[in-house]
Design a protein around this ligand. Structure first.
Ligand code: ZN
Ligand code: ZN
Length: 52
């Protein structure tokens, strides 16, 4: 066991804390959140997810 490896593990940077996830999502500005465009096709802007 090399002591310098242990030091490296100790001095490794702390993991970045995840920012709080916004519970509210944005309604897609193209399909209005329905996930389909005016032709009934999957909205290419949000890929059918309804938010972007
Ligand atoms: Zn959009
Ligand atoms: Zn959309």
């Amino acid at each position: 066991m090399r002591p310098d490896l242990a030091d490296e593990a100790i001095t490794s940077p702390d993991p970045q804390p995840f920012p709080p996830i916004e519970p509210k999502r944005w309604c897609c500005c193209y399909c209005g959140g329905g996930g389909l465009d005016s032709y009934g096709e999957i909205c290419l802007h949000c890929e059918g997810l309804g938010f972007c």
